[in-house]
Design a protein around this ligand. Structure first.
Ligand code: HEM
Length: 211
């Protein structure tokens, strides 16, 4: 879980920073999108970086889900009898729901996101437009519901990430004594900053700050 989770986090950091180029203007954002497609040419074929990213991401998502199901089954087998206590713990309370259903919502979000901004199928500007125009058309005020969906899905990504980071810290044996509060806060702050960074783009377009 941790290795594939770390790959996904690295992608998210890179993707968020790349998206922020939208604030530098149309030329800058489109030049960056073009660079993603042409980096390494002519030594490497076109789209090498993108294709590698797609393969690694797809593998990471599948393995991450497979590890989650395997771990949940193993945990159920190790403890077939429910705990007598009613008190919800991290392991059986809202976190389980956040991770399971949140994970499914994130996958559905990525499917919509690819149809919208990568393939242009559900985007008003379509595939022929530049990436900048697709982003601006996709989050127009009249399409506020798309932005609302992004906000909901990204909050899920944030909660998922926060718990994932916390679990990884525990697995690595870092949590103990005074570290506990610090790592808990660190996971929350990191996740919040990442999500706010992502949300800046759709919100800026929807309120007309980016045209
Ligand atoms: C508000 C936030 C986001 C914006 C504005 C955004 C924007 C974009 C754009 C414009 C592209 C197409 C890039 C291109 O064709 O050059 C893209 C691709 C992609 N995005 Fe996002 N994105 C956001 C959040 C996310 C999140 C949270 C995830 C994952 C959970 C994600 C996953 C992806 C993936 C997997 C691709 C395809 C990458 C590839 O083709 O290799 N995005 N995004």
């Amino acid at each position: 879980m941790a290795v594939t989770g770390a790959m996904l986090v690295l992608f998210l950091i890179g993707h968020m920073i790349g998206n922020a180029k939208l604030f530098l203007g149309k030329e800058s954002f489109n030049a960056y999108a073009e660079w993603l497609r042409t980096v390494g040419e002519p030594a490497l074929p076109a789209r090498t970086l993108l294709t590698l990213t797609e393969i690694v991401l797809a593998a990471a998502v599948i393995l991450h889900m497979w590890a989650a199901v395997t771990l949940a089954r193993r945990a159920a087998k190790a403890r077939p009898v429910k705990y007598a206590t009613k008190k919800k713990s991290q392991a059986n309370g809202y976190v389980v729901h956040t991770m399971r259903y949140g994970g499914v919502i994130v996958v559905l979000f990525v499917v919509w996101h690819l149809l919208d901004l990568t393939f242009g199928v559900v985007n008003p500007e379509g595939f022929a437009a530049t990436p900048y125009d697709r982003v601006v058309a996709g989050f127009q005020p009249s399409r506020w519901w798309v932005t609302a969906f992004y906000v909901a899905a990204l909050v899920m990504v944030g909660l998922h990430l926060r718990h994932g980071l916390w679990s990884a810290f525990q697995t690595l044996g870092l949590v103990g004594g005074r570290n506990r509060r610090l790592l808990n806060a660190g996971a929350a702050v990191f996740s919040a900053l990442l999500i706010l960074g992502f949300l800046a783009v759709p919100i800026a377009v929807t309120i007309g700050a980016v045209k």
